[in-house]
Design a protein around this ligand. Structure first.
Ligand code: ZN
Length: 264
């Protein structure tokens, strides 16, 4: 189990080894995840990842691993989803400064190792810029962890055949939410999304050497209705979600060990 930063008293915090303890900061989002999955999907996954990471560390024999989990940052940079009902976004500069101020406070208390656990892809560019600035300005070591091992063969194996566009709000993310609480997912309302705006393009895609600042309306249903998700969530199950969360947590353990051993 990873201890929560917020659960410590001031006196307990005074005893923490600031030099070596990693502060794990999960950065989530509050944004649409299709018809079927909750707005807080990324936050729910972020909380679950902290729990699964704790178990993965214990299973790897790391019972007293020097790590504290910061509260999930519940809102992030979700500009691309803003036109779908319920999505909430910070502006890039607000988000940068929110994370910057938190980091400065932690550094002020002597913490040297911050590990941002990125649970929403849209947050990643800000976290990357921030981590370089923090390292340069404060002399601390900011690390970046990706929360989902979506390319791992065990994770790929959970995705239904033919579901080739699975991504935001798709089968994998929906499964992870179901692993936490199946009642939060309304699978009967699920509709698949494909990147119709880019289909047929050789070069201009949502990722690669030529790209565009995409919006989630670029992802549409087969009959052309903007749906804002990638892939087909209809095959999602709690068991698949458990496999994805477990695999993703296990994949991070070697990296966390190297962060622990990192000397600035
Ligand atoms: Zn998500």
């Amino acid at each position: 189990m990873i201890r929560n930063y917020r659960d410590l008293t001031r006196l307990e915090m005074e005893q923490v080894d600031k030099e070596n303890t990693i502060i794990l900061i999960p950065v989530g989002a509050l944004e649409q995840h299709g018809n079927q999955a909750p707005l807080g999907t990324d936050d729910i996954i972020a909380e679950a990842m902290v729990e699964y990471l704790g178990r993965a560390l214990e299973e790897a024999g790391e019972k007293d691993f020097p790590i504290l989990a910061f509260p999930v940052i519940p809102v992030g940079l979700s500009t691309e989803h803003r036109n779908f009902c319920g999505s909430v976004t910070l502006r890039p500069d607000t988000y940068y400064h929110l994370l910057y101020d938190i980091s400065v406070s932690l550094a002020h208390h002597g913490f040297k190792k911050l590990a941002f656990l990125v649970c929403h892809g849209g947050n990643a560019p800000i976290v990357q810029v921030l981590s370089r600035e923090l390292r340069s300005e404060l002399g601390i070591s900011p690390f970046i962890l990706s929360s989902g091992a979506f390319g791992h063969p065990d994770v790929r194996a959970t995705v239904s055949e033919g579901n080739i566009y699975d991504f935001h709000g798709g089968e994998m993310e929906t499964s992870m939410v179901m692993a936490v609480d199946p009642s939060l997912v309304k699978l009967e309302t699920a509709e698949a999304g494909i990147p119709t705006a880019f289909v047929g393009n050789q070069t201009l895609k949502t990722g690669g050497s030529v790209t565009i600042g995409w919006v989630s309306e670029d992802w549409k249903t087969a009959d052309g209705k903007p749906i804002g998700i990638g892939g087909d969530p209809s095959g999602a199950t709690a068991e698949k979600g458990r496999i994805i969360l477990e695999t993703s947590a296990k994949v991070l353990v070697p990296g966390l060990r190297e962060i622990r051993d990192w000397k600035a």
